[in-house]
Design a protein around this ligand. Structure first.
Ligand SMILES: Cc1cc2nc3c(=O)[nH]c(=O)nc-3n(C[C@H](O)[C@H](O)[C@H](O)COP(=O)(O)OP(=O)(O)OC[C@H]3O[C@@H](n4cnc5c(N)ncnc54)[C@H](O)[C@@H]3O)c2cc1C
Length: 330
């Protein structure tokens, strides 16, 4: 049977959204394969988590241990290794988050099974086919694995929507959610890493979710050196600079400036999209803006479908002209 296991990720007492994204996708895949969806819940005092996920999985395997309360890759990897060796699920899905990136390669190597990371698509036929992005999102690559009876895949956040619908009662594998409590065998000495505390990432003083005017920049800005022109413009009109994912991925701006499904959702009074094509993942983060202006040299760029006003031209020509006009008006 092609059973799918999901690692439930939680932080500071809350299940993270990626877990629900994975549960939704696993349910969709299991409808086709007839396998069961099992949630792997590692933690301490997990009752509320169990209640939250119990309508989303056929089975929940709970491993309780105070050492699993906060994320520790060594305790998590050792526990997962034991469960996956005993249970041998066909596919295990883990979020491509800071947690997942830390666990998956070591776990895959210990289990000696194929691993694909940062996937945005999964299909199960006889084998598994996953989709990954290449060249900063310019190309999608589909990947086949070598034959194996077990696979491990990490999934990009926001790649799959969360469905509110619970497991279908018609599903052949669905009876009632089975809860299996497995004792933890962890001992202190297996971990060299100790969890000390959570520290929130610094926002760098700019919170794009609170700004009235956001200038969103995309790959059309070409290179990091050009940010100065944009920042000057943003300052001139009292706005802050946000960005599309490729800009954040390139490290030109911090991740907390990214707008979109795997970034921030913003609703400013004015959003000016500069050199942004308007991919759905970007649009979902800014479509609630009161007024949207798009500047793009491609008249067919999808961003114009969302914009209230559009300028089809080279942004490096438009910015000085706009800045001059604004200064005159001031
Ligand atoms: C699971 C998943 C999650 C994602 N999450 C996000 C997310 O949260 N946020 C996000 O933004 N993306 C996200 N993406 C990526 C998204 O699919 C797009 O790849 C990305 O938004 C494209 O960014 P872009 O518009 O800057 O680049 P491109 O698509 O490369 O567009 C660049 C645009 O600039 C224009 N241009 C070029 N030069 C100039 C110039 N001189 N003047 C004017 N215009 C110019 C071009 O005509 C083009 O339209 C995600 C993708 C996946 C699969």
């Amino acid at each position: 049977m092609k059973d799918i296991f999901i690692l439930i990720e939680h932080r500071r007492g809350e299940i993270r959204n990626i877990s629900f994204e994975l549960l939704t996708k696993a349910r969709e895949l299991s409808e086709k394969t007839g396998g069961k969806v099992t949630a792997l819940l590692l933690g301490h005092q997990t009752e509320s988590f169990i209640n939250e996920i119990k309508s989303s999985a056929h089975r929940i395997i709970v491993i309780e241990d105070e050492k699993l309360k906060d994320f520790n890759s060594e305790y998590y990897t050792a526990t997962l290794f034991n469960v996956l060796t005993t249970e041998k699920p066909f596919l295990t899905l883990i979020g491509h988050t800071a947690f997942g990136i830390d666990i998956a390669p070591a776990l895959g190597s210990k289990l000696n099974i194929p691993v694909a990371t940062d996937c945005i698509g999964i299909e199960i036929d006889n084998n598994i086919i996953v989709t990954r992005q290449m060249y900063g999102g310019k190309l999608n690559a589909t990947i086949n694995f070598k034959d194996s009876s077990q696979f491990l895949v990490t999934v990009r956040q926001g790649a799959f929507p969360v469905s509110e619908t619970n497991l279908s009662v018609e599903h052949p594998a669905m009876a009632a959610t089975e809860i299996t409590k497995t004792p933890s065998t962890l001992t202190e000495d297996i971990a060299a890493i100790k969890f000390l505390e959570y520290i929130e990432a610094a926002t760098g003083g700019v919170d794009i979710t609170k700004a009235n005017i956001v200038i969103g920049i995309g790959r059309g800005v070409k290179e990091q050196e050009n940010l100065k022109i944009i920042e000057d413009f943003a300052q001139a009109i009292g706005g802050v600079v946000g960005c599309s994912r490729p800009v954040a991925d390139s490290g030109w701006l911090p991740k907390d400036r990214q707008v979109g499904s795997s970034g921030k959702t913003i609703k400013p009074k004015l959003y000016i999209a500069m050199g942004i094509s308007g991919a759905s993942q970007h649009i979902s983060g800014m479509k609630g803006s009161e007024t949207i202006i798009a500047i793009n040299k491609d008249p067919n760029a999808p961003i114009f479908n969302e914009a209230n006003y559009g300028i089809v031209d080279d942004l490096f020509k438009v910015i000085p002209a706009l800045k001059k006009k604004i200064e005159e008006l001031k």
